[in-house]
Design a protein around this ligand. Structure first.
Ligand code: 3PG
Length: 215
């Protein structure tokens, strides 16, 4: 991995839990960014599932230089271009698409594709990656699976995402196979829709405490 990518993964490790965000309206981007920063998880994976994603990344990245903003659910190279032009510092994907991964690697854009099986992980290693997402973590075997595969594929570090919450995140955080966790429980759609950024900040702060306690 390049120095640039390694610096991003180091930041992921430091933050510990990367909030996975679905924004339906870019007006929520700034207050959400503020809640993430003030709550103590200064990062956001803004999923490219909504029309508001690109503009939300642009707003967050320009307003909050200390917030590590990237794009999630990236499925195409065209989305990579749009996300990076908007200010995304990293690309996350639910699965491993060689075209998307190579496109990012050629441009030195940090990319963390989703993997689930040993075969997909070996493909990731062959492409030159050291950090992958494990998705959907709880459905795909959770921490036990990461430990089992990670024992064989020792060069990989994992970002489990999917089904992680305040009740199970601590066990994941304790594992040295895991560089960070991803999750949406502290930034749920209904809280964003209700404009309850105070509650989001509280949930983010609780999550940040779990990182501190388990690292
Ligand atoms: C997602 O793609 O939405 C992420 O994996 C988040 O999963 P979660 O909502 O179970 O945290």
């Amino acid at each position: 991995m390049s120095d640039k990518a390694n610096r991003i993964w180091e930041q992921f490790e430091k933050v510990g839990i990367i909030p996975v965000v679905v924004l339906n309206d870019s007006k929520d981007a700034i207050p959400l960014g503020k809640a993430l920063l003030e709550g103590g998880l200064p990062a956001a994976e803004v999923t490219f599932r909504t029309d508001a994603a690109e503009e939300s990344i642009r707003l967050m990245a320009s307003e909050y230089p200390d917030l590590l903003v990237g794009a999630g659910t990236v499925l195409t190279t065209e989305q990579v271009d749009r996300a990076v032009a908007a200010g995304a510092k990293f690309i996350v994907s639910p699965g491993l698409d060689e075209e998307v991964v190579n496109y990012c690697l050629e441009r030195d854009i940090p990319v963390c594709p989703g993997t689930q099986t040993a075969s997909e992980m070996i493909k990731a290693i062959k492409l030159g990656l050291t950090h992958v997402k494990f998705f959907p973590a709880e459905n795909a075997g959770g921490l036990k699976m990461i430990k089992a595969i990670g024992a064989a594929l020792t060069s990989l570090k994992f970002m489990p995402t999917g089904g992680i919450n305040e009740n199970n995140v601590s066990e994941y955080l304790k594992s040295d196979k895991i560089f960070c966790c991803g999750g949406s429980w502290m930034v749920k759609g209904d809280m964003i829709k209700a404009g309850d950024f105070g509650l989001i900040k509280e949930k983010v702060a609780e999550a940040a405490k779990l990182v501190e306690a388990n690292r």
